[in-house]
Design a protein around this ligand. Structure first.
Ligand code: GTP
Ligand code: MG
Length: 453
C-alpha cells in the first residue's frame, strides 16, 4: 500500500523565492510520485513569518488535521525543511507522520543510488539528517510499543546508544568516502595530465542531461521521466567535429531548495563539475519554470564554486515547443508572456537550441563546444602572492603546473592555463605569458597510453 500523502506549502510575505508556492507544490507532487507516494490533497498558507513552533499557524494545523482525517492520509509532506522540534510538534498535533522536502529527496536518492560511492554518500546524508531528529522517529516509537500518540518516545539510554551507533557509522562512512574520493582525484589528475578537456553536463533534474550524453556519445545511460534518475557521474570520451577528443560528464541534477546536506554529501561527485573546462547547462525549455530553474542551477553552481566557468546554455526539448514562439505547445500559460527562450537568449552569450531526444541542433552544440575549447591554454610564468592559494588550486585543476616554488617574494609558478583563468592571476590575455601557439596549433597534447577515462 503506497502512502497517501497530503502536501503543504508556505509562502512568507516579502520573502523572495524562485518558484511560486503553487509551482513548488507541483514539483513536490512530482517528487512524491517519483518516491512512489500517492498524493491525495494539498494546501498552502501565506504567512507574515514562519511560526517557530509549528511552522504553520495553529489554526491551519487544526484544519490540516481534519482534512487529513477526511482524506484518510497516512503522511503529510511539507515543502520546506522543518526543524527537528517543528517535526516533533507537528506529528503530535497532526496525529499522522510528517516529513519534509529534504527527507523526500533523500528517500529518492536512496532509491536511485546504484554505485558504491553514490550509496555511501546518500547513507551519510541520511544519517546527518536523522541524527538531530532521532527522538521523533516512529520506528523507535513502534519498537518501544509506545503507540500512536508518541509522547514519551524511546528511553534516554536507548536514544544515547542509538546516537553513538550512528555517529560511529558516520565516521566510518566518511572514511570510506575519503578513500573513494582520493581515487577519483587521482583519475582526474591523470585526465588532466593527458590534456583532454572535460565538458560537464549540468542542469535541473529531468532537463535531459543523460539523454544528451547518450545522443552525443552513443552510450546508454539510464534515461527516465523521473526526478533524480541519475546520481552517479558518467564520463564518456567523444570526438568533436574538429577531431578533438573531449570527455563529457553527465552529473546529478539540481533542484530549487536543494538540501545543503546533499550538496555537502555529493561534494566528491560535484568535484567533477568543478573540474570541467566548460559546462553545458541543459534546460528543459518546455517546462513551466524554465527561467527559475536556470537560476536555481546557477545558485548551486555558485555554491560549489563553479560559478565562473564558461557555459553553453542548451535549450532542450525544442520538439515540445512551438517553433515560431518557442512556447510550450502543451500549455497555454505563457501565451501572453514573452517566451522564456527569448529571455534566456537575451541574457546568455552562448545559447543553442536542441532536442537531445530527436538529435536536433546537437551538431551545432558540438561545434560551439569545439570553438570554445579552441581557445587554447596559455603558457604562463608568474609569481603569485601567498594569499592566492585558491587560484593556485584552481590552476592545478584546470591547467598544468610544471613547477611550483615557494620563494620569499611569493609562489613562483610555471605552467599552462586556460585563457579564461588569465584574469585571475592578474594578467589579461597577453600578459607576460608565452603563448604556445597559433590558431592552427592543436594545443591539447594528449598521451593516450593510460587510456582509461
Ligand atoms: N520530448 C523530449 N523529451 C526529452 C528530450 N530530452 C530528454 N527528454 C525526456 O526527458 C526525460 C528526462 O530525461 P533525462 O535524460 O533522464 O534527464 P536528466 O536531466 O538526466 O534527469 P535526472 O538524471 O533525473 O536529473 C526523459 O523522459 C527523456 O526522454 C527532448 O529533447 N525532447
Ligand atoms: Mg540523468
Amino acid at each position: 500500500m503506497p502512502d497517501r500523502a497530503f502536501l503543504m506549502g508556505v509562502e512568507v510575505r516579502g520573502e523572495q523565492s524562485l518558484f511560486s508556492v503553487d509551482e513548488s507544490l507541483d514539483e513536490l507532487a512530482r517528487l512524491a510520485h517519483t518516491a512512489g507516494v500517492e498524493v491525495v490533497g494539498r494546501d498552502s498558507q501565506r504567512l507574515d513569518a514562519i511560526h517557530p513552533g509549528t511552522f504553520i499557524g495553529s489554526g491551519k494545523v487544526e484544519e490540516l488535521r481534519k482534512a487529513c482525517q477526511a482524506l484518510d492520509c497516512t503522511l503529510i509532506i511539507f515543502d520546506d525543511e522543518l526543524s527537528p522540534a517543528q517535526l516533533r510538534t507537528l506529528e503530535q498535533e497532526l496525529e499522522v507522520r510528517v516529513m519534509d522536502r529534504t527527507a523526500l529527496i533523500l528517500d529518492i536518492f536512496a532509491l536511485h543510488a546504484t554505485s558504491k560511492e553514490g550509496a555511501l554518500q546518500v547513507e551519510l546524508a541520511q544519517y546527518a539528517y536523522r541524527l538531530p531528529r532521532l527522538t521523533r522517529m516512529w520506528t523507535h516509537l513502534s519498537r518501544q510499543g509506545v503507540g500512536g500518540v508518541g509522547l514519551r518516545g524511546p528511553g534516554e539510554t536507548q536514544l544515547e546508544s542509538d546516537r553513538r551507533e550512528i555517529s560511529k557509522r558516520m565516521s566510518q562512512l566518511r572514511h570510506e568516502l575519503e578513500q573513494l574520493e582520493q581515487q577519483r582525484a587521482l583519475r582526474r589528475r591523470r585526465r588532466r595530465r593527458q590534456g583532454i578537456p572535460v565538458v560537464g553536463i549540468v542542469g535541473y533534474t529531468n532537463a535531459g542531461k543523460s539523454t544528451l550524453l547518450n545522443r552525443i556519445s552513443g552510450s546508454e545511460v539510464l534515461v527516465e521521466d523521473k526526478l533524480f534518475a541519475t546520481l552517479d557521474p558518467t564520463t564518456r570520451r567523444v570526438q568533436l567535429p574538429s577531431g578533438r577528443e573531449v570527455l563529457f560528464t553527465d552529473t546529478v541534477g539540481f533542484i530549487q531548495k536543494l538540501p545543503t546536506q546533499l550538496v555537502a554529501a555529493f561534494h566528491a561527485t560535484l568535484e567533477e563539475v568543478l573540474d570541467a573546462d566548460l559546462l553545458i547547462h541543459v534546460v528543459d525549455i518546455s517546462s513551466r519554470n524554465v527561467v527559475q530553474a536556470v537560476e536555481a542551477v546557477e545558485d548551486v553552481l555558485f555554491e560549489i564554486g563553479a560559478g565562473n566557468k564558461p557555459v553553453i546554455l542548451a535549450l532542450n526539448k525544442v520538439d515540445l515547443v512551438d517553433p515560431e514562439t518557442h512556447l510550450s505547445t502543451t500549455r497555454t500559460r505563457f501565451v501572453t508572456r514573452e517566451s522564456p527562450a527569448a529571455t534566456l537568449q537575451a541574457e546568455y552569450a552562448d545559447v543553442v537550441t536542441v532536442s537531445a531526444q530527436q538529435g536536433v541542433g546537437v551538431e551545432e552544440l558540438l561545434n560551439r563546444v569545439d570553438e570554445i575549447l579552441a581557445e587554447e591554454m596559455v603558457e604562463v610564468d608568474v609569481t603569485l602572492p601567498y594569499n592566492a592559494g585558491d587560484v593556485l588550486s584552481l590552476w592545478h585543476r584546470q591547467g598544468i603546473v610544471d613547477e611550483e616554488e615557494y620563494k620569499p617574494q611569493g609562489i613562483e609558478v610555471r605552467g599552462k592555463l586556460p585563457k579564461w583563468m588569465m584574469s585571475m592571476i592578474g594578467e589579461d590575455n597577453e600578459g607576460n605569458g608565452h603563448h604556445n601557439g597559433d590558431e592552427e596549433d592543436d594545443g591539447w597534447a594528449y598521451d593516450d597510453e593510460e587510456g582509461e577515462v
